[in-house]
Design a binder for this molecule. Structure first.
Ligand SMILES: [Zn+2]
Length: 340
């Protein structure tokens, strides 16, 4: 965790972007991602046609992802003259949805005080039981947020939970060749013109982590592998906004599994330096994850000897020397991480 005094820094990579994406630390190691417009003007369409007195700054609408805790979000809204414009949820775990009821009460109060135009819609997976969700969504749905104005294609990524979803914002990649990258599950494509000053971003909850992946609580290894494949099919430049700061412990495991990986050694040094400076290690990019994340390369020949040794340490009988399928390798790697 960064020290309590550290202010989350905006992470936009483009000076022309109209909003920033800020990680708000929560609990011990969660990040609540906040999409924060750079000016209230981006937000005008959200408001009824009411005049604001000269010199009075109109509150700005923020979109929040997985607010497991209300207090840090409310403190941020208070400190930044802001209200919640939309809430996006990836899965039902309490550290991702637990703050929503209190935030909705807070939002209602802001509406009554004229500090917000309306109570925010709550998007969440159609296949999970989350009482506060007003807009159930699943793979292929395009979610359009008003403030900041952005489009997200929902991707089904079951495995950590049975109906976990991710939100992919195509950003500039949508307009580069006139179309978004092939989305999972026959998803529609977001209009190209809206997010073009943004890099592509994916808000993936507890599915893909920096240098790791989520535990399998409700899904099978085959489901998780397919989910990771869907995420890995996104463009190289996609920023991976995972929901936890697990990177250093993930790197310790990755180095045990993949000890000769030079990219991983270099990333390890960078990540150590970031944490030593009290800074988040996320978002990373998919390009980096493809090189250093053992769960995106479970069947790499460089990983096989360490994986077989770890399996031999567990097996009561002999470990077969035959070739391992990609799914078998992923299954064994995830099991090894669980006991690492
Ligand atoms: Zn979770």
């Amino acid at each position: 965790m960064p020290p309590a005094s550290s202010i989350p820094s905006p992470l936009s990579t483009d000076a022309d972007a109209r909003f920033d994406v800020v990680p708000l630390p929560a609990f011990n190691d969660n990040y609540i991602w906040m999409l924060v417009p750079r000016s209230p003007s981006a937000d005008l369409s959200a408001w009824p046609a009411v005049e604001v007195a000269p010199g009075v700054q109109r509150p700005v609408g923020i979109t929040v992802v997985d607010p497991g805790q209300a207090a840090p979000v409310m403190a941020y809204l208070d400190a930044n003259n802001a209200y919640l414009s939309a809430i996006l949820l990836t899965h039902h775990h309490a550290d991702h949805v637990g703050g929503v009821p209190e935030l909705l009460v807070f939002a209602e109060q802001q509406v009554q005080e004229g500090q917000a135009p309306s109570v925010p819609p709550v998007y969440g997976p159609v296949g999970e039981d989350i009482a506060t969700v007003t807009h159930p969504v699943s793979g292929g749905t395009v979610v359009e947020t008003v403030s900041p104005r952005a489009h997200f294609t929902v991707i089904d990524v079951p495995g950590h939970t049975r109906a976990h979803i991710a939100y992919f914002m195509a950003g500039a990649s949508a307009s580069a060749d006139g179309a978004a990258p092939p989305p999972a599950d026959g998803a529609g494509t977001a209009p190209a013109s809206i997010d073009q000053n943004q890099p592509p971003r994916v808000f993936c909850g507890d599915t893909l982590f920096a240098t790791g992946c989520g535990r399998l609580f409700e899904g099978t290894p085959a489901q998780m592998l397919a989910s990771l494949d869907r995420l890995a099919a996104l463009p190289d430049a996609t920023l991976v906004h995972c929901a936890h700061e697990y990177t250093l412990s993930n790197i310790r495991f990755a180095r045990a599994a993949d000890p000769e990986n030079a990219d991983l050694s270099a990333w390890s040094e960078q990540a150590e330096a970031l944490r030593a400076a009290g800074r988040p290690t996320v978002p990373t990019t998919l390009a980096l994850e493809r090189r250093v994340n053992p769960f995106l390369r479970a069947d790499a020949p460089a990983i096989a000897p360490q994986l077989r040794a770890a399996m031999a340490g567990q097996a009561h009988g002999a470990v077969s020397e035959g070739p391992m399928s990609r799914l078998a390798a992923f299954t064994q790697l995830r099991a090894w991480k669980d006991r690492f």
